[in-house]
Write a protein of this length. Structure first.
Length: 277
């Protein structure tokens, strides 16, 4: 998909319903409004809206309207917790028609299951937590009956929270979930453990925490901005026989980070498959 294929949010003139306005749904809502989506075309289904969501609703977004009051819904975005999805099936179905685009960001919920419950034309997507600051990465896969125009709308809605990659093979979504969906937790754990190790080395806890947080955040931003491969950036900070090399001998040695990360991603991929409905 090229940039010319993306439907600008400000140009969308059809009704969009967001079902679920928790952390990720709320991030999507904020991104849509920031990028010019007209509130008169937007409705939110959320029985317990947070103060942040209420502030967004004050801009004119409709909250918990009846399906009859909305009329035809062109797009339904499902941002519910996977475990509550089927219980909400009748409610979701009431907002869809055969021509409705259904965009799901629920982990471990297949296109077939979404289509069974909701009907419509389904796009399954997996965003991640940095979507909260507009720096997420989302991977999406479309059912065979999703039109080019619907795919463009889905892309625009997802791109409001970060970059988007499209795949054709839905079976890859379990590995996507393991790498990018769960990945932020791995990075936060790195910061946590780096701080803990700093305390073990004699640093005050508050200083160790600040050093770890700023190092992880700054390194991530450098990786984002640089065109160099991560391996090249690592090599650039590693002097032969120096302190970094000594640490990397441990991290890259037997039972080191490579083996641990491989096992972690395999475990998360396996669990995603187990949760698939």
């Amino acid at each position: 998909m090229t940039s010319s294929d993306i439907a600008p949010l400000a140009q969308i003139q059809s009704t969009i319903v967001l079902a679920g306005a928790g952390n990720m749904g709320g991030a999507m809502l904020a991104g849509w409004l920031a990028r010019g989506l007209d509130t008169c075309h937007l409705a939110v289904i959320e029985p317990q809206p947070s103060d942040d969501i209420k502030a967004q609703l004050a801009k004119g977004v409709r909250l918990n309207p009846s399906p009859k009051g909305l009329g035809a819904v062109a797009t339904l975005v499902v941002a519910l917790k996977p475990q509550s999805f089927r219980d909400a099936g009748a409610m979701l179905k009431s907002f869809t028609a055969p021509s409705t685009l259904v965009v799901s960001i629920m982990a471990g919920t297949t296109i077939a299951s979404i289509g069974e419950v909701c009907g419509g034309s389904v796009v399954r997507a997996m965003p991640n937590m940095p979507a909260a600051i507009g720096r997420g990465i989302t991977v999406a896969v479309a059912a065979h009956n999703v039109s080019a125009a619907q795919r463009a709308v889905a892309d625009a809605l997802l791109r409001a929270i970060g970059s988007v990659e499209w795949i054709e093979d839905e079976s890859l979504m379990d590995a996507v979930t393991a790498v990018s969906g769960s990945g932020p937790a791995y990075i936060f754990l790195l910061a946590e453990e780096l701080a803990r190790a700093g305390v073990e080395a004699g640093l005050p806890a508050d200083l160790a925490t600040k050093l770890a947080r700023e190092t992880v955040a700054g390194s991530g931003e450098l990786l984002h901005r640089s065109e160099l491969a991560s391996s090249t950036l690592r090599q650039n900070v590693t002097s032969p026989g120096g302190t970094t090399a000594a640490a990397l001998e441990v991290l890259m040695g037997p039972d080191g980070l490579q083996q641990l990360m491989t096992r972690a991603v395999i475990a998360a991929t396996r669990r995603s498959r187990e949760l698939a409905k």
